[in-house]
Design a protein around this ligand. Sequence first.
Ligand code: SF4
Ligand code: SF4
Length: 375
Amino acid sequence: MIKAKVGIQRCSSYKQEELEKVLEEIATCTDFPDVKGKTVFLKPNILSDAKPDACITTNPEFVRAVIRLVKKKGAAKIVVGDSPGLPSPSFAGRVCGIGQVCEQEGALWEDFFKDNEIVTIPYTSQKLPIASIVKKADVVISLPKFKTHQLMYFTGGVKNLFGLIPGLHKSPCHLAFPSRDAFAKFITGIYKYAEPDYCMMDAIVGMEGPGPANGTPRAVGLVIGSTDCSAADWSEAQIMGYRPNAMPILKALKHEGLLAEQLSYPLLDAQELVIKDFKRIAIREKTQFIRTLIFPFFKRGIQKRRQMKEPAPVFLPEKCIHCRRCIDICPGKALEMVDGKIERDLLKCIRCYCCHEVCPADAIEVPAKKGGWND
Ligand code: SF4
Ligand code: SF4
């Protein structure tokens, strides 16, 4: 059984003084990796070119504090990188401020398009480009943001590694792994390949409601650190008020023997930090009967019917700025612009919600399922 320590500490702001103290405290009690003389790769979550206040990306001041922490611990070289689904041509983490922080702190920015290699993702037969730095670095640290996620219910240290796939190469993965469970297994494969050494989660101001891009900032006031991303994610899900063992990624990790199941909390305990009114995304579980007996025989038909039962994205023409990002990213080719309005083909829509993630104008909504938030 995998054991892990999870360091959770309160942190009320992104001020360096407070952050540095909190990160050091968490690192000290959670076996932070030895980085002396090593190359360290930091992987923040930069979902899109959004400003820090939108809480879509890992906060740049949080990244700065982690850079300073590994510098203080003697890292020889610090590399930072991520690749949003639809990066602008000059994208280098600039809009969210992480690019500037790297320049100021002497860390190098890594362009995943320039240096990647084709990898067969574990547990799948899928071949995809993955940023080479994840294997070149001696130490890999995932820096996720505490956020809800329409497809995976929440996003944390494991899901953050999906960003190792450069830009639009990510989009067809939703078509190849169209159900929640299939996609979770695929993410688990990326996690297995990347083998991150540590997870330091920015849960100071997180996101609730329709995340990961269109939710509402929520002051959580925490930082979560662990040598095991699954342990940090389990704690995150618990704090959000989910049953962690109902989360697709945590279930897939358990299935592959990658879930830390014996957790200890040397600082604060996740069970005592549950946010009762946190706006979660309602979950729906299929029955054991369907999973074990019927599903294998009618897999495709059932999968399609299940997708059709999920809420389809709704487009709000009055807010649309006609950027076409949703059309470019849609893996199902379900969208087109007709007379200045987005039209959907619901039969082609696989309910991956990539369109919702990339829309810069909040012009796409995913209706809450029956029961609304906090099912
Ligand atoms: S319309 Fe949106 S939710 Fe449907 S397949 Fe396209 S990107 Fe995914
Ligand atoms: S991404 Fe949003 S703003 Fe851009 S075309 Fe689609 S709906 Fe309109």
